[in-house]
Ligand binder design. Structure first.
Ligand code: C2E
Ligand code: MG
Ligand code: MG
Length: 355
């Protein structure tokens, strides 16, 4: 921490920051090795008007984290926008801690359609937060926060149990085999409670294990494939299935892909979108389909939005499709309706009822 006394302007502070960074950037010797370090500097200016020492330190700290996030080895001056973002974030953390207890979390269900018989084969459970002031908050906005503050285990367990209860209800009501796909966060996957949670939920809900599919992102699995082998073996021992989500966006090792006990590849939306117009996308999807089928895996193409995309995927031999062309994520009530209307599924468009 450095206190700069009586500086004339912000440039004086950034000049000092540059000098410090340049000095620290010089390599040095440590135990016979040449070592390099870089520094990220956060600057808070007292001209903003501070009453407490703690406040200025906190803001300098926030600015430093912005510097790290922006790629490190740079300085960042704290500003109002950061302050607002920090406050919003604190508020979200506080609200999120209450969300479960106050039943503000809800699941929507996006049907997954089999191209073999054009019927709904199952659903992906997608989490939303029905925030009292902000309305429906999408998962990408709050799941990273839940992961950071250690709430993801609890939230994930709730999602799993809720999705399984819902699946049992639909299976009984419609007397057909349906599958439920549930997203699992990388943090849950790397923690040591996942298998235990799944075992408990299977027992408590009585769901048939083979109708539950856990979606793990390619990046979460491949980040530590040896660890993944262990966890996946535990999950498979429980009889559940596993999908690799967002396939194609990470870096898969082909040798691990062959060894990992997975059942399904979900081709990421970025490859499916405009598939009919872009040759390179079509070739990638073709290769993924060939690879998956050679490995005995089935394929779900995500984010199918147009008829042209759908036709092409069908021609290329995709097993399942999921996307706005068929259904958006639906409320439980709308999902029940969609199941009831199975027959004219392809001409029915039901939209998600967002807050
Ligand atoms: P994901 O698992 O890849 O889910 C697919 C996302 O694509 C969903 O966004 C879905 O609404 C959206 N989508 C589906 N079809 C289309 C389409 O045709 N066009 C477009 N533009 N988008 C489509 P959503 O619901 O916002 O979820 C985003 C991500 O949040 C999910 O990506 C998943 O990674 C995560 N997520 C959702 N629910 C959960 C959960 O319960 N637990 C965890 N850990 N993550 C979750
Ligand atoms: Mg998913
Ligand atoms: Mg995905």
């Amino acid at each position: 921490m450095i206190l700069l006394d009586s500086i004339g302007s912000a440039e004086h502070a950034t000049m000092v920051a540059e000098r410090i960074m340049a000095r620290l950037a010089e390599p040095f010797e440590m135990a016979g090795h040449r070592v390099f370090v870089t520094a990220s500097v956060g600057i808070a200016l007292s001209a903003t008007g501070y009453a407490d020492v703690e406040d200025i330190l906190r803001d300098a700290d926030i600015a430093m984290y912005h510097a790290k996030k922006a790629g490190r080895a740079r300085w960042v001056i704290f500003d109002r926008v950061m302050q607002l973002a920090a406050l919003r974030r604190l508020q979200m953390e506080a609200d999120l801690r209450d969300a479960l207890a106050q039943s503000q979390l809800v699941l929507h269900y996006q049907p997954i359609v089999s191209l073999h018989d054009d019927r709904i084969s199952g659903f992906e459970a997608l989490l939303r937060w029905n925030h009292p002031a902000r309305g429906m908050v999408p998962p990408n906005e709050f799941i990273p926060v839940a992961e950071e503050i250690g709430l993801i285990g609890q939230i994930g367990a709730w999602v799993l149990a809720q999705a399984c209860r819902q699946l049992c209800e639909w299976q009984q009501r419609f007397d057909i085999r349906l599958e439920m796909s549930v997203n699992v966060s990388a943090v849950q996957f790397n923690g040591d409670e996942l298998a235990g949670t799944v075992r408990r939920v299977l027992r408590d809900t009585g769901v048939v294990p083979s109708t539950l599919k856990l979606e793990l992102t390619e990046s979460a699995v491949m980040a530590d494939a040896e660890h993944a082998l262990v966890v996946l073996a535990q999950l498979k021992a429980l009889g559940v299935r596993v999908s690799l989500d967002d396939f194609g966006t990470g870096y898969s090792s082909l040798s691990y892909l062959r060894r990992l006990p997975i059942d399904t590849l979900k081709i990421d939306r970025s490859f499916v979108s405009q598939l009919d117009r872009l040759d390179d996308k079509r070739q990638i999807v073709d290769v993924v389909l060939t690879l998956a089928h050679a490995l005995g895996l089935d394929v779900v193409a995500e984010g199918v939005e147009t008829d042209a995309e759908q036709r092409l995927l069908r021609d290329m031999g995709s097993d399942f499709v999921q996307g706005y062309f068929y259904y958006k994520p639906l409320t439980p009530e709308a999902t029940t309706l969609a199941l009831a209307q199975q027959g004219n599924m392809l001409t029915t468009s039901l939209s998600e009822t967002f807050g």
